[in-house]
Design a protein around this ligand. Structure first.
Ligand code: ATP
Length: 237
């Protein structure tokens, strides 16, 4: 299958401090790929490097085209959008205002309206709370809003940073179910950073395990779930 995203020898640094040491990874068109690893392994930095938010070297191709020299804004306009860890919703704004902000680069008013309703279809609780301030909602609802807001820009590739963080298992299950539906129905590709390997390997088809800025292991989700190393370190059995 052709790749929507392909990184070859991706390196990144914060100031003088190198953090990624040559990562090769690939997200197939319409695929869900998981990026696993312990705290500090470099998962968030990989997403930030792909979006040109940190100093980066290496070759990244998006939709078959090198994105060297592109700004984060260019990349967002091209459909590569991050849902940051910690959600990053505008807490003083209502649900609906957050969704409108997600569509800031679009001019098609009718399309935006339709997409807002579509988001309420995927996330009914957001529809029920459309006039509520984002900051007054639960963590799970805010995570849903962050995902819906990112989708309002009509991304082709969603970079999700730990969507399960701090949420109860049932909510995580619900969110991952909705992500799978969106992937299937809309063909949005996803690169999913997760510490919850069990959950991530259920929705992803392929996965990478990062250790101190390098790919320590990669394979199909089934292969990784069956790996002794992954089981011991991340699955707890
Ligand atoms: P976590 O699950 O904790 O977010 P991670 O796998 O996403 O972990 P990163 O956040 O990418 O890991 O961090 C990789 C390394 O880069 C860590 O050693 C971290 O301390 C360092 N680092 C992260 N952000 C910065 C920053 N803004 N400035 C300097 N060093 C940073």
């Amino acid at each position: 299958m052709s790749a929507i995203l392909e990184a070859v020898n991706l390196r990144a640094a914060y100031g003088d401090r190198p953090v990624l040491f040559g990562i090769d990874l690939r997200v197939p068109e319409r695929g869900i790929v998981a990026l696993l690893g312990a705290n500090g392994a470099g998962k968030t930095t990989t997403l930030r490097a792909l979006l040109a938010e940190v100093r980066t070297w290496g070759d990244v191709r998006y939709q078959g085209e090198s994105i060297a020299g592109k700004s984060t804004q260019d990349l967002v306009r091209m459909g590569m959008v991050m849902v940051p860890e910690g959600r990053g919703t505008f807490t003083d704004f209502t649900v609906e205002e957050n969704l409108l902000l997600g569509a800031y680069s679009r001019r098609d008013k009718d399309g935006i309206r339709r997409d807002i309703e579509r988001m309420y279809g995927y996330f009914p609780v957001l529809g029920q709370r459309r006039k509520q301030r984002a900051g007054s909602m639960s963590g799970g609802e805010q995570q849903m809003l962050a995902i819906a807001r990112a989708l309002m820009s009509r991304p082709k590739l969603l970079l999700l940073d730990e969507p399960s963080l701090g949420l109860a298992p049932l909510i995580v299950q619900e969110i991952f179910g909705i992500l799978t539906t969106i992937n299937r129905e809309e063909g949005v590709s996803m690169l999913l950073v997760e510490q919850d390997a069990v959950r991530a390997l259920k929705v992803a088809t392929y996965a990478y395990l990062l250790e101190t800025g390098r790919v320590a292991l990669e394979g199909t989700a089934d292969q990784l779930a069956a790996s002794d190393d992954v089981r011991r370190a991340y699955l707890g059995y």
